[in-house]
Design a protein around this ligand. Structure first.
Ligand SMILES: C[S@@+](CC[C@H](N)C(=O)[O-])C[C@H]1O[C@@H](n2cnc3c(N)ncnc32)[C@H](O)[C@@H]1O
Length: 370
């Protein structure tokens, strides 16, 4: 394989797409070749087309193409209990898509000598890129899954890199190595653990894919203040697999014989669904404990759920059950968002304190609540 040529072609594509602007990251892509982090057998997920198994022994050319395409490669399903070659199950570990990796690294923007904590080692590629830029001794990466952790150690060794790898629950950060100048989270986060703020030096930065209950999620860049809070704006979109402890509960339908309230929607649900990411953030702020999916890709069918309550839309009809009327709450949040002038997602931000987190609009002093 002409690795240098493949890396250049990938980097040119990322540069053309605006994800890669810093020549130092292009150099890192060459120094830490991605194919060293692709397992012999895995599942390529182009997301805009059906996924497919890759197998280095059977079809080396397809395996190499996947390694140097801007696509995530799924390396584990269902925490290792399902065969990755089938592609069916919950994605639980991956080698993230190069575009997403580089965009996040540029958002992280570490300086020479910075100490970085990564949450979610996965394949180890991101830790390797960081180690190349900052030196092995300045990078710590935490992974919760023992097998994934061990495989990452082998991959990194082959790439000639040796960051500190920690097997543990990244929601606790890694206090032994604190304080960090940068914290880079590579698994989806619903509630930002305060440990990450505590372990970051004042003025330091935390980047994370914020994945509240409404897909897809958002990139967030928080700066830690002298007062022990972290605050920052939403910086675009992101879609990642969730931190293990923050996976949403499974959606549930109405309980046996439970009371189901049915009505005509006040606003066509499709109008709400197509309103854009700004509304998604407003909904996440107002209904932080609610999750939603579009059923079977059909925008007329939405499922919403939270502990003890659920709602479904079918066309213009709404069915609500449990101890809350979730669709009523969505419509109320929608009308509030209209009143604010339909703000885009970049006008929202997130603040994390020792008491929890809240979303704000335009200014950290203007919290958005239900
Ligand atoms: C999208 S992958 C990370 C990709 C990786 N950074 C790379 O460069 O290949 C997310 C990883 O986070 C891990 N993870 C999930 N919950 C975690 C937790 N609580 N602490 C540490 N790692 C976690 C998963 O096991 C998975 O390997």
């Amino acid at each position: 394989m002409n690795v240098a040529g493949r890396v250049d072609a990938l980097a040119d594509g990322l540069a053309a797409g605006g994800e890669l602007t810093d020549p130092a990251w292009r150099a890192a892509l060459h120094a830490v070749p991605r194919h060293l982090f692709v397992p012999p057998v895995a599942w390529a997920d182009p997301s805009d087309e059906p996924g497919y198994a890759i197998d280095r022994e059977r079809d080396r050319s397809a395996w190499c193409d996947a390694a140097y395409s801007d696509r995530p490669i799924i390396t584990q399903l269902d925490d290792g209990t399902s065969d990755v070659r089938g592609g069916k199950g919950r994605y639980s570990s991956s080698l993230s898509a190069p575009g997403a990796v580089v965009e996040f690294l540029e958002l992280l923007d570490p300086y020479e000598g910075d100490r970085v904590l990564e949450i979610g080692t996965g394949s180890g590629w991101t830790a390797g890129l960081l180690s190349h830029r900052l030196g092995d001794g300045n990078v710590t990466s935490v992974e919760i899954d023992p097998e994934v952790h061990e495989r990452a150690a082998r991959n990194l060794k082959e790439a000639g890199r040796a960051p500190r790898l920690v097997l543990g629950d990244g929601t606790e950060g890694w206090a032994e190595g604190a304080p960090y100048d940068r914290v880079h989270v590579t698994a989806g986060v619903r509630d930002v653990p305060y440990a990450w703020v505590e372990q970051t030096r004042p003025g330091g930065v935390i980047v994370l894919p914020w994945m509240p209950g409404y897909e897809p999620g958002h990139k967030v860049r928080l700066t830690v203040g002298a007062d022990g809070t972290a605050s920052g704006r939403i910086a675009g979109g992101a879609r990642y697999m969730m931190l293990r402890a923050q996976r949403p509960p499974a959606a549930s339908g109405p309980g046996g014989g439970g009371d189901v309230r049915e009505r005509e929607a006040t606003v066509d649900p499709r109008r709400i669904l197509r309103a854009g990411y700004g509304l998604d953030v407003a909904l996440a702020a107002s209904l932080p404990d609610v999750s939603a999916v579009v059923a079977d890709g059909d925008p007329a069918r939405v499922w919403l759920w939270a502990a003890g309550a659920g709602a479904q839309t079918v066309g213009s009809r709404v069915r609500q059950f449990g101890d809350r009327d979730l669709w009523d709450e969505v419509e109320a949040a929608f009308f509030r968002w209209l009143k604010w002038g339909e703000p885009e997602r970049g006008r929202f931000g997130l603040t994390v304190t020792s008491q929890g987190q809240h979303v704000w609009l335009d200014d950290p002093g203007r919290p958005v609540t239900g």
